[in-house]
Design a protein around this ligand. Structure first.
Ligand code: F3S
Length: 67
């Protein structure tokens, strides 16, 4: 089964933190106030939440891939 992977593009992220509020199990704030994915492999029970975070990032900084 394909595994969903998530990354935050540091060039695009402006620190809106919606992703961190929505899925703190995955997204974490770094020292610059930007988000990063603490675990790039998304557990099955968080797939829907991560997809929603991807859609709700105003900077389109969240990249999701199935591989
Ligand atoms: Fe950055 Fe978007 Fe999250 S701007 S902090 S990836 S909501």
């Amino acid at each position: 089964m394909p595994m969903m992977h998530v990354r935050v593009n540091p060039e695009k992220c402006q620190g809106h933190a919606r992703c961190i509020a929505a899925v703190p199990e995955i997204f974490e704030e770094d020292e610059q106030g930007h988000s990063f994915a603490r675990d790039e492999q998304v557990p099955a029970d968080l797939v829907d939440a991560v997809r929603l975070a991807e859609q709700n990032c105003p900077e389109l900084a969240i990249d999701v891939t199935d591989d």
